[in-house]
Design a protein around this ligand. Structure first.
Ligand SMILES: [Zn+2]
Length: 472
């Protein structure tokens, strides 16, 4: 789409947008905002455009003025409406807010993950953290209880001033299998196809965005997997009720069967072996989605290896105090590093996952963006998404491809056409960073500000080291 806009229509577009009366009454009265002289990575995968101006009216982007060839826009072309607030951001890059397709909200508190942690306050705390890291839309892919549904409408409207929230209700596991029994209150465990169908219908009454199933043994952690008759019933009944199904997977054989039986989303990468051409063709022809969650296996060991970034404020600010203490202490670290067999298997899983996502991406398969952040204390809201972008580039995607995956593609997975790219008419959910992430993906860590529905909701102050509180 060509979004170069001549001077006159730029001003007109602003006026038209004002008279279209955005739904949020507050937005009507706030003056338009222009982000001036920015580099734009619009989420479509193309090269950045330099010296652009973005006009925001209410919650939406109403115009962009940039020369497509990277030359500065002529000064005559930049005519914002008279009462516009102009914010000069020379040298900074604006990209669409990041969108997670696989996270969990409210489950983790400190070093624990439990249904007892799921409260409105804990969900909001986590959504605030995602927001600070530039993740402006979060999908809580299963294990959700009532507080999720209480927060969701306010997250949709922007009232929470946090990331938006989508989700998959509780989800379905097999008896004595994944997910672990500590999460029992948050999951259905049907024993017959009829029971599964009835529980899907019960779920559908709560109108979730998606439905989640766990089919495998979590890499040998449990003795049994979900019987295919059960997941076929779940998928079939979900589709009959207008719901798409995302599946927890590890093994290629399960992924193949699930795709063959109509699953819509694979919520993790295939990690036991290389994907083959049959699988690739099958997932591609059916248009199903593949969320690699590269960071999942890495999260088990990476913090014990004490990488150089472990001490940087960008990471430290993501930690609750008890988790920070665990990572700094020797007991946990010694235990993780001593289990060399598990360590080797997790590293092999990551290596296989990286090869597979590159092969599937190159073949044109729909790749979503997610990390399973918030599923365990070590998969850390917001930070995990930045690590995932880095791992996607380590796997061979270009920085622009990784960004496209985390924005435009992630929005498409959720069937959201109001976000994911920077273009007139889209929600002004934006991440502003110093530097140029198209050259070096780590520039996405240099957060200047985060915008949700046209309002600045976080900025670099979040990452400033905090002074320790004086003891009472
Ligand atoms: Zn998960």
């Amino acid at each position: 789409m060509n979004i170069r806009i001549p001077a006159l229509s730029f001003a007109i577009l602003g006026l038209v947008a004002l008279t279209l009366a955005p739904r949020c009454a507050k937005a009507v009265h706030s003056p338009p905002i222009m982000l001036r002289d920015v580099r734009v990575i619009d989420g479509n995968g193309g090269p950045p455009r330099e010296h652009a101006d973005i006009l925001i009216t209410g919650s939406r982007i109403t115009a962009i003025n940039a020369e497509p060839d990277g030359q500065p826009a002529s000064s005559a072309a930049i005519k914002p409406p008279p009462n516009t607030t102009i914010i000069k951001l020379t040298g900074k890059t604006v990209l669409p807010g990041l969108i997670s397709n696989h996270s969990h909200v409210g489950l983790v508190k400190g070093t624990t993950a439990s249904g007892n942690n799921i409260t409105r306050a804990n969900i909001l705390r986590q959504l605030k953290q995602y927001t600070a890291y530039g993740v402006t839309t979060v999908t809580s892919l299963g294990l959700n209880l009532k507080p999720f549904y209480d927060v969701q409408p306010q997250a949709h409207s922007g009232a929470t001033r946090t990331a938006d929230l989508f989700g998959a209700d509780k989800g379905f596991g097999a008896a004595n299998s994944a997910p672990p029994s500590s999460l029992d209150i948050q999951v259905y465990r049907p024993s017959t196809p009829e029971e599964a169908r009835s529980q899907v219908r019960e779920t559908a009454q709560r109108h979730p965005d998606l439905l989640k199933i766990w089919v495998d043994d979590m890499h040998g952690r449990f003795a049994t997997k979900m019987n295919p008759e059960l997941y076929k019933a779940v998928i079939d009944e979900a589709h009959a009720n207008g719901l798409r199904v995302a599946a927890h997977v590890y093994y290629l054989d399960d992924a193949r069967q699930l795709v063959g039986n109509g699953v819509d989303i694979l919520a993790h990468g295939v990690r036991d072996k290389a994907v083959d051409s049959d699988f690739t063709q099958s997932i591609k022809s059916r248009g199903a989605w593949y969320i690699p969650t590269l960071g999942l296996d890495e999260s088990f060991y990476i913090y014990a290896e004490h990488p150089e970034w472990l001490q940087q404020p960008f990471f430290r600010r993501s930690l609750q105090p008890s988790l920070a203490a665990q990572l700094s202490g020797t007991a946990w670290r010694t235990r993780i590093l001593a289990d060399t067999k598990t360590l080797a298997s997790e590293k092999q899983a990551l290596a296989t996952n990286m090869k597979n996502v590159k092969a599937l991406f190159d073949a044109g398969v729909n790749i979503g963006f997610g990390t399973d952040s918030g599923g365990t204390p070590l998969r850390i809201a917001g930070f995990a998404e930045h690590r995932e972008l880095k791992l996607l580039t380590d796997a061979g995607l270009t920085p622009l491809q990784a960004i496209q995956t985390a924005t435009k593609n992630a929005a498409a997975l959720l069937h959201l056409d109001d976000r994911g790219i920077i273009a007139p008419g889209k929600l002004a959910d934006l991440l502003v960073v110093d530097g140029d992430p198209s050259k070096d993906i780590s520039a996405v860590d240099n957060i200047d500000s985060v915008w949700r529905r046209g309002r600045k909701v976080a900025d670099a102050r979040w990452f400033k080291p905090r002074r320790a509180k004086k003891p009472a």
